[in-house]
Design a protein around this ligand. Structure first.
Ligand code: UTP
Length: 290
């Protein structure tokens, strides 16, 4: 039987250096894909999966994220006066219930593991989800819903195959066996050189985790790139709690990377009934030029 997951952590404390200068004063997670910020896609995905409490791990310069999920009195008034009822409703639908959203500050961006650890006091002793907004998944059933439906306890991570020469960008799974979409995991390594990678099955930014991960993160050990890695804590838990990967259905876009972000914009625009046709003709026009 699947186990209920009520809380989600959104680590948004990273510097987003691959997107400079755009991210100098604007959070990477506020970059829009078509017309919606990345972080809103992640929050909507969490909501669709039944998440009730939303915990953001923020950092300096990230206040635009808090404003985005806050009531905007001026905007509400101006749109209402202009009779733009649909826009008013759309903006209001964004807002979580008061008290369902919490922010905790990661004072220094010491790594994803450190960001997750910063939320420990708000999670308590229950399984929780982690969503990285810069991983965007286009799927008929949202990626986190696929995970929560399959979750029976321990650690469960979304996984996908990548070309072997790209494994060094990811956490890579050491596979013990497969059962449908579920992968039994016997190990995990962060950013291995291709020759040392145990497979080409890599973890993307959707996790459902056992709360005992906080005990491992509390050691604050530095790993790959000098950062406190979530992967290292997960590796230390192998054999202590069940650990599975889940081969999710859908297309994942790495929106922390410029080309991945551009591709996500194309893919999501083409899916939109109001934009798809015009975007397709623009792309065809440019494709003919080259
Ligand atoms: P990235 O590895 O993409 O790092 O983080 P980054 O700093 O955001 O971006 P680059 O590499 O400098 O361009 C993956 C996710 O983990 C969060 C980021 O906000 C992003 O959602 N993160 C990373 C933190 O919250 N804190 C950290 O210390 C590091």
């Amino acid at each position: 039987m699947s186990k209920r997951v009520r809380k989600a952590i959104f680590p948004v404390g990273g510097l987003g250096t691959r997107f400079l200068p755009a991210t100098k004063s604007m959070p990477k997670e506020m970059l829009p894909v078509v017309d919606k910020p990345l972080i809103q896609y992640a929050v909507e995905e969490a909501r669709a999966a039944g998440i009730e409490e939303f915990i953001f791990v923020t950092g300096r310069g990230k206040s635009a994220i808090e404003d985005h999920f806050d009531f905007s009195y001026e905007l509400d008034r101006v749109l209402s006066e202009r009779g733009r009822v649909k826009d008013v409703q759309q903006i209001k639908a964004l807002l979580p219930q008061p008290g369902d959203i919490a922010y905790v500050r990661q004072q220094e961006p010491l790594g994803l593991g450190h960001a997750v650890w910063c939320a420990r006091n708000l999670v308590d002793n229950e399984p929780f989800a982690v969503l990285l907004a810069d991983d965007l998944v286009l799927a008929s059933k949202p990626c986190l819903s696929q995970l929560t439906a399959a979750y029976t306890g321990g650690n469960l991570v979304a996984a996908m195959e990548v070309p072997p020469d790209q494994v060094s960008r990811y956490g890579v799974l050491d596979v013990a066996g497969n059962e449908g979409n579920l992968i039994k995991v016997k190990g995990i390594v962060e950013k291995p050189a291709p020759k040392d990678a145990p497979s080409n099955l890599c973890v993307i930014g959707r996790y459902v985790l056992d709360p005992s991960v906080f005990d491992h993160l509390a050691r604050l050990q530095r790993g790959a790139g000098g950062e406190i890695q979530l992967t290292d804590a997960l590796a230390a838990m192998v054999g202590q709690v069940p650990f599975h990967g889940y081969r999710f259905e859908g297309t994942r876009f790495d929106c922390g990377d410029k080309v991945g972000f551009f591709e996500a914009n194309v893919a999501f625009a083409l899916e939109r009934p109001d934009l798809g046709e015009s975007v397709r003709s623009v792309i065809q026009r440019y494709a003919k030029k080259k």
